[in-house]
Write a protein that binds this ligand. Structure first.
Ligand code: SAM
Length: 305
């Protein structure tokens, strides 16, 4: 007899002595709750998250030992099952079975919001495809906490998660992002923070403004804003600043149109602008001159205005 079925079905005729009648026509699916947990400070667990973690039949956790500590701290005794990067595809089937038997399940990761650089994507996708209700219980996410204090533009941002541990792939990705206008947001660990910031300074330019948010909500929380070159020097000078968990945020590219469009290219752009709309003129001028389309578009805006 599924206690969670009994608890949530509100049609008493379906039950015999508190148990679902055999062959009940439409046994309700359980709900999959995707629950955010703290990124450091345990007081950031929301009252609703606590209630859900208490009420569900099972909690699927990235690292059961890690989550057990959180649950014990709040006196929550709910059973745990392991769902991590390496077993997620295998475990998804059995979690779906539990959901279709009417059990409510919560998904948590080690810290912050599941699926944000954490496991859960396959389960959530499969649950939705199976018609299961998936309910968010929002709360901490390192990228949002970091952006909220960075003092960088947040109207547009591009979350890139972790860069590759291989330098060539990392540099290639950074190169592809070099002209991006939105604020760039990366997750980084203590092992690679120095190498990543060094590559960013090299590829985006040492003058580019950035913010390093380290150990947010924890004892050694530090938020440093400066140019990439200066941040690199600060990291190199103090090994303490290389420890812990990081969110690295980099100001988006701001094309210095006047400085980089030479006279010949500007002439091409001006001629094309007389015949074509700005977007097309910039695209064509880019093909002719080899300069960036974005830079030419910006210069075109200036010429028109
Ligand atoms: N799901 C999490 C979230 O919602 O932010 C992220 C999990 S990801 C595996 C872990 C990474 O998030 C760390 O390497 C670090 O880049 C970032 N992170 C997590 N907690 C952090 C904190 N307290 N301060 C700064 N960055 C943090």
């Amino acid at each position: 007899c599924m206690s969670s079925v009994a608890r949530f079905c509100n049609d008493p005729s379906r039950y015999l002595l508190g148990c679902p009648v055999m062959n009940a026509p439409d046994i309700r699916h359980g709900v999959l709750y995707v629950v955010a947990t703290p990124i450091g400070n345990l007081q950031d667990l929301s009252p609703r998250a606590m209630q859900v973690l208490r009420d569900v039949a099972v909690i699927a956790a990235e690292d059961t030992r890690h989550s057990k500590k959180l649950l014990t701290h709040f006196g929550i005794g709910t059973a745990l099952l392991s769902l991590h990067e390496h077993n997620e595809r295998d475990v998804t089937g059995s979690v779906l079975k539990k959901l279709s038997a009417g059990m409510d399940i919560a998904l948590v990761s080690d810290a912050g919001t599941p699926l944000i650089s954490d496991p859960g994507f396959h389960l959530v996708r499969a649950a939705r495809q199976a018609g299961v209700r998936v309910v968010p219980v929002p709360g901490p996410a390192a990228l949002v906490a970091a952006l909220s204090v960075a003092g960088l533009p947040t109207d547009r941002f591009c979350f890139e998660g972790f860069l590759s541990s291989k330098q060539s792939a990392r540099r290639q990705r950074l190169q592809a992002l070099a002209d991006h206008r939105a604020t760039l947001v990366f997750y980084e660990s203590s092992h690679r923070i120095l190498a990543s910031v060094a590559d960013m300074a090299d590829i985006f330019g040492g003058d580019r403004e950035a913010t390093l948010a380290r150990e947010l909500t924890k004892t050694f929380e530090t938020v440093l804003s400066d140019s990439l070159a200066s941040l690199l020097v600060q990291l190199q000078a103090d090994s303490q600043q290389q420890k812990g968990e990081f969110v690295v945020m980099v100001h988006g590219a701001t094309p210095q149109a006047t400085a980089v469009v030479d006279a010949a290219s500007e002439h091409v752009l001006t001629v094309l602008l007389a015949e074509l709309p700005l977007k097309q003129a910039a695209a064509l001028a880019s093909k002719i001159t080899g300069l960036s389309k974005n830079v030419l578009y910006e210069r075109g805006l200036q010429l028109k205005g």
